[in-house]
Write a protein that binds this ligand. Sequence first.
Ligand code: GUN
Length: 310
Amino acid sequence: MADIIDGRAIARQLDEKTKAQVDEMIAAGMTRPGLVVILVGEDGASQVYVRRKIKACEKVGINSIEHRLPADTSQEDLLALIDKLNKDPEVHGILCQVPLPEHIDTRLVLRSISPEKDVDGFHPVNVGRLSTGTGGIVPCTPLGVMILLQSVIDDFVGKDAVVIGKSNIVGKPVANLLLDAECTVTVTHIYTHGLPEIARKADIIVAAAGAPELVKGDWVKPGAVIIDVGITRIMGDDGKEKLVGDVAFDECQHAKAITPVPGGVGPMTIACLLANTVQAAKALQSNGARDDHYHDAPSRSMFTKAATNA
Ligand code: GUN
């Protein structure tokens, strides 16, 4: 039987570390980390996500402020709010929940958030820093994927990793992080020819294609580690709705370790958001030592060769 990678437990451990960092900051006379979450409109799923993020802040001692704006908010007003938050010394993280209403240019809005406060890691400056291995804020889900992998893999060097899915928010950044950790990385997607054969060679499979139960048991080499980022609501045989990942979980018990859905990657995303907010708050309060912060960011150095060999 494969070991189950317990995302809830690992997220709790990360939250404890994050809370300890907040306590240290307060003891050192620093400003308490502050996260602003902006929600435009009434999208039901977004409301649930935002509520979870705000509630999670409380647990670790991060100040959270929610800005709920009506669906007809103008782009100009949203940009003006972000500009004000960029300049507010009490705000260290700004998250604008997507999707945004159609009349708003999402890319423009995400670019308007200061890269130092971009706790989602979506700003092109942070994307560029990630892809050149020069630090920056790492997007939450990819960071969570790496922490889960690290819980079962001692040495990443030379491992064959296959990433299934090429999205900007998961597939591409995960591939960059795995490369930084000295893996040999193959990035694939649902149109890749011979995907089962490619997957079968992998020591590490990260499935993030958004395709329910795409990865079958015979795609998986015995002893591989599988991280399942997918989460889709489907109708079960019993007529009840259920959540499934991108991996046929029951068929993959010959893996070394596998994440469940739910309870795998999901809980890590919010824990990493909190960790990113504290990282940003520390960097913003350390006398403009922005570059040092970026280069020394624990979230990155954890996966480099030096760190894994230490
Ligand atoms: N919508 C769904 N997930 C996310 C996320 O991680 N960040 C933002 N900003 N919006 C989202």
